[in-house]
Design a protein around this ligand. Structure first.
Ligand code: ZN
Length: 186
């Protein structure tokens, strides 16, 4: 994310589910080694409660055509990120199809997460134009700035209605986005 003015803080969306070691959608989740199917670990994934994604989509629909953004807080494995909470941030970008949060807001979320034994695992933002893929600006932000090691959750909004969300992370080259599995922890 890029810097900008200091915007108002918004309240956090909380999930009620903080279970870390249990079967999730048929996948056994091990907090140390992550989800596994049989003995084979599956690829990069973002584990998030569907109801939490829906609440973010509703927020994005209400803000449309403005773009919303925020951070995902939870637990992180090598290729697995488990989301416990989504924290919306004020979008300070000038245009309606871009996002930018202040370093102060980001720092505050990071510090609060750490106090709770958690870390920032991802960035979320909406695409008011409806695109499901990361933009070139998203890629630049991921490569050059904040979010290099994070999941990128994209909420496409077409004509005010949320469509299929997607998650992305930089691949091993660190120069391209690769899709992540979105796993519902409901
Ligand atoms: Zn984007």
């Amino acid at each position: 994310m890029r810097g900008g003015r200091i915007g108002p803080r918004t309240t956090a969306e909380h999930t009620t589910d903080h279970r870390f070691s249990q079967a999730i959608g048929g996948i056994e989740y091990d907090p140390t080694h992550g989800p596994q199917i049989g003995k084979r670990a599956v690829g990069s994934m973002l584990l998030i409660e569907r109801a939490l994604v829906r609440r973010l989509e509703q927020r994005a629909e209400a803000a449309w055509p403005r773009e919303i953004c925020g951070l995902l807080v939870g637990q992180k494995g090598e290729e697995r990120r488990l989301v416990c909470e989504a924290v919306p941030l004020a979008n300070c970008a000038d245009s309606s199809d871009a996002f930018s949060a202040t370093p102060l807001d980001v720092l505050e979320v990071e510090q609060r997460a750490r106090r709770g034994g958690l870390v920032v695992v991802g960035v979320f933002h909406s695409h008011p134009g409806g695109s499901a893929s990361p933009s070139s600006a998203d890629l630049k932000s991921a490569i050059d700035g904040y979010g290099r090691h994070h999941s990128w959750l994209i909420l496409p909004i077409r004509l005010g209605r949320a469509t299929d969300p997607s998650a992305w992370t930089l691949d091993r080259t660190g120069r391209r986005f690769a899709p992540e599995h979105l796993i519902d922890t409901d």
